[in-house]
Design a protein around this ligand. Structure first.
Ligand SMILES: [Zn+2]
Length: 243
């Protein structure tokens, strides 16, 4: 006998199961802004913020924050312009310039906490170059790549267990470790590139400058500059795409 869907003749238990499945799936399936790429993430956004803030405090406790000066002001200005046009203004966005001339890099944690190392400023050359870096990092945050990477690395069961236990210190320590030691996947990097370029344009920066920036970045990596593995970027692929 054929089942008549329109009259709702499915048994009640079947409809209940579907409702449960949808309820479980909705917060986990997310779509990246700009690129529309879909991915799976069991962390609610509020957990991204909680976790990112805890991890940020751990990093800053061992870093030397630059409190003022032209570099500090440029970083603050670029952040303000980019966040003003991004798809998630509700995050508690924050950026700090960290004194370390040997580290040619920047990173952002889930929930909008970002750091730029002084070592990357000469490669950026100016505020537009800096906006390439910061737009890219904001891209990782709004697409929620940090907690996605935690899930794929630790496994869903471990993540759910730690979340249920409320063990944020352990989760944050793991997040810091992954940020500095495990690169994002290529898909996530190109996702962040596309989102970053889009935000640059919206914020009034010339996104074409990204080609020159990634070339300078590539040259700097050949000069023996230190770059944490977690922030490596497939630069040649990025330049090819932009041409
Ligand atoms: Zn990246």
């Amino acid at each position: 006998m054929e089942q008549d869907v329109s009259t709702g003749s499915y048994p009640k238990w079947w409809r209940f199961l579907w409702a449960c499945a949808l309820a479980l799936c909705t917060p986990a399936c997310l779509t990246s802004p700009v690129t529309g790429r879909t991915s799976f993430n069991p962390f609610p956004k509020s957990e991204d913020v909680k976790l990112g803030t805890e991890a940020y405090d751990q990093v800053l406790a061992e870093a030397k924050v630059v409190p003022s000066g032209p570099g500090h002001d440029m970083v603050a200005r670029a952040m303000k312009r980019l966040v003003a046009v991004c798809d998630d203004k509700s995050y508690p966005w924050e950026v700090n310039l960290l004194q370390d001339d040997q580290t040619v890099n920047a990173f952002a944690l889930p929930g909008g906490k970002m750091a730029v190392y002084t070592g990357i400023l000469p490669v950026c050359k100016n505020e537009t170059g800096l906006a390439v870096v910061m737009g890219h990092e904001i891209g990782h945050v709004v697409a929620r790549h940090g907690t996605q990477r935690m899930t794929t690395t630790l496994g869903m069961n471990v993540v759910m267990q730690l979340l249920n236990l409320g063990d944020y210190t352990q989760l944050a320590t793991t997040l810091v470790d992954l940020t500095f030691n495990l690169p994002f996947g290529r898909t996530q990097e190109s996702d962040a590139d596309a989102i970053g370029l889009h935000y640059m344009a919206l914020a009034g920066y010339d996104p074409r400058e990204a080609i020159a920036f990634w070339k300078r970045m590539e040259e700097s990596s050949g000069s023996g500059a230190r770059r944490a593995a977690g922030m490596l970027h497939p630069m040649k692929a990025a330049i090819r795409k932009l041409r």
